[in-house]
Design a protein around this ligand. Structure first.
Ligand code: NAD
Ligand code: UDP
Ligand code: UDP
Length: 309
């Protein structure tokens, strides 16, 4: 079962699990997910879609759970912040309750946002984070932190097999064109010849992981040794400023869009880069796709999408 299975990462995960010969139950309330992401899977006899909100209990029979349901981009998770926290916290309780009843393992899509605006750079899993409890990102960051706590308490209290994955910024085909995230914004702006919107001075950094690398890491984590719980960082250690990203996208698209500078949103982290030693040793995983080639594929996806409109 994949919750959030019709979203960006979830749809890639469903597809790969099906290709590996699994039966997949995709559970999604279609808040940010799109049916078009899974349209090509609907005819597969091993695929089933269930429209359901995980803040409500769910009684199904499955073998393992990937819990990805949660809006991931700031404009989406800030649209209804109370629902965002409910999805992370009540949603986690329901999915953990389901896993406990069935005695099955469960993976949580956590996030590098648990590190907040980090004072330690780059970030190892042992770093405890610097997160605002009151700011506009807190509904997401604190919701995800509480979900991690619930996972570890179900593990200790009920002996549940858990896998906690801290995902760093991931990009690729099937990103939502209006999700406001930097990769989708810059590519869409470049392709349309609109101004590229840099927030702040553009010197803040992120590490961008291509979606295929992320999904490979996720499946490896689910299949890792029984007593390996994580949390484990999954991301690409290449670190780029937003100015560097904008220039790379201009180069790939051949666009003549101009850069404009807008205010930096509240609590926007200044830097982020994963240490991935744990993923290397435990999962024998490291990213294979560099930013330029991943962006070329992503630009091709957005070109096709914009041509359809
Ligand atoms: P997404 O918004 O494309 O996918 C999330 C999916 O969850 C959507 O299909 C949405 O409809 C569904 N959903 C939301 N609330 C739900 C609810 N209450 N019940 C059922 N379904 C619900 O985002 P994504 O980028 O695919 O992210 C997937 C997961 O990975 C999220 O948990 C996110 O926090 C995590 N993550 C993603 C990134 C990234 O860079 N994409 C980084 C860190 C963590
Ligand atoms: N739950 C669920 N599906 C199940 C089993 C449990 O949605 O198959 C929900 C259940 O409704 C409860 C939550 O998971 O709200 C936590 O379950 P748990 O057994 O841990 O707690 P309890 O039921 O004792 O409150
Ligand atoms: N950003 C930007 N222009 C945009 C969208 C985002 O400069 O049009 C910046 C944003 O302020 C942040 C970085 O890009 O510093 C990454 O933003 P995103 O929303 O993609 O991810 P997150 O902040 O959650 O890591």
């Amino acid at each position: 079962m994949v919750t959030g299975g019709s979203g960006f990462l979830g749809s890639h995960l469903c597809e790969k699990l099906l290709n590996q010969g699994n039966e997949v139950l995709c559970v999604d309330n279609l808040f940010t997910g799109r049916k078009s992401n899974i349209h090509h899977l609907l005819d597969n006899k091993n695929f089933e879609f269930l429209r359901h909100d995980i803040t409500h209990p769910l009684f199904v029979e499955v073998d393992e759970i990937y819990n990805l349901a949660c809006p991931a981009s700031p404009i989406h998770y800030q649209f209804d912040p109370v629902q965002t926290t409910k999805t992370s916290v009540i949603g986690a309780i329901n999915m953990l309750g389901l896993a406990k009843r069935l005695k099955i393992k469960i993976l949580q899509a956590s996030t590098s946002e648990v590190y907040g605006d980090p004072e330690v750079h780059p970030q190892p899993e042992s770093y405890k984070g610097s997160v605002s409890t009151t700011g506009i990102r807190a509904c997401y960051d604190e919701g995800k932190r509480c979900a991690e706590t619930l996972f570890f308490d179900y593990h200790r209290q009920h002996n549940l097999e858990i896998k906690v994955m801290r995902i760093f910024n991931t990009y690729g085909p099937r990103m939502h064109p209006q999700d406001g995230r930097v990769v989708s914004n810059f590519i869409v702006q470049a392709l349309k010849g609109e101004n590229i919107t840099i927030y702040g001075n553009g010197e803040q950094t992120r590490s961008f992981c291509y979606v295929d690398d992320n999904i490979e890491g996720m499946i490896r984590l689910m299949n890792s040794r029984k007593d390996f719980t994580g949390p484990v960082n999954i991301g690409n250690p290449g670190e780029f400023s937003m100015l560097e990203l904008a220039n790379l996208i201009l180069e790939i698209t051949g666009s003549s869009s101009k850069l404009i500078f807008l205010p930096l949103p509240q609590d926007d982290p200044m830097q982020r880069r994963p240490i991935i030693d744990l993923a290397k040793t435990e999962l024998n995983w490291e990213p294979k796709v560099n930013l330029k080639s991943g962006l070329i594929d992503t630009v091709a996806y957005f070109e096709e999408l914009l041509n359809k409109d």
